[in-house]
Design a protein around this ligand. Sequence first.
Ligand code: NAD
Length: 260
Amino acid sequence: MTTTQPGRLAGKTALVTAAGQGIGRATALAYAAQGARVIATDINTALLDSLAAELAGLGPGHAVQRLDVTDPEAIRALAQAHPQVNVLFNGAGFVHAGSVLQCTEADFDMAVTLNVRSMFRTIQAFAPAMLAAGGGAIVNVASVAGSIKGAPNRFIYGTTKAAIIGLTKAVAADFITQGVRCNAICPGTVESPSLRDRIAAQAAASGQTLAQVEAAFVARQPMGRLGQVSEIAALAVYLASDESSFTTGTAQVIDGGWSN
Ligand code: NAD
């Protein structure tokens, strides 16, 4: 699978959340490279500014727009402004470190709102136009850490990412005869700015060096390396495109063999 073949998303309009960096940014750029018109959103406008310049280099018509996925009014307004979205990529997600014993009520609420309720809200806002148009593709970023694999120190993260798989399957089942597909991507550990933040935080908390913490992340990947955002974006292109037209309600594991 490659993201360099042009035109696999020609004629489609794709809305991407958390497009500022990491998997979301790589996906927004891959969608544009494949001919989609991309509406790239993130809470961080500085990241969006630099993304806008990159998107412009891939062709005309792309847009960037600040969106906090925890803001239901902003989501509704965005859906009203863009009634022609065929592809919804829900990328926003947050990693909370800790076991069940370290999880506060506020931590739990925050993670559910950012990781899961955001997807309920974007799908509720954007699906009606897809249904009216007779088709669409929804791609939700979950994780292999969740219902596929329990990961230590990831209590709320795993809980919310498992919920995304249930949400994905429920949405797929409801729209299965109406042309709107819904699939989840379940990555293993992927090189990204937030992973670097987690490595730094874990090193500071444990007294280990950055290299030691990174080696522990790599060690759990049987391939002996981290995933790359381009590898996740390639799957996101496939799930958004008509090539995956017989695929819905799936949780696609892309983890370098971690859960194998
Ligand atoms: P990241 O965490 O480095 O970047 C996340 C982006 O989300 C940032 O641009 C940030 O500004 C944006 N964001 C944060 N809060 C937001 C909000 N309220 N509204 C809108 N945008 C907001 O990116 P990443 O590590 O590639 O992770 C992207 C997704 O992939 C997440 O859902 C994450 O849980 C999932 N994931 C990542 C990994 C990994 O190892 N990196 C593994 C499995 C799953």
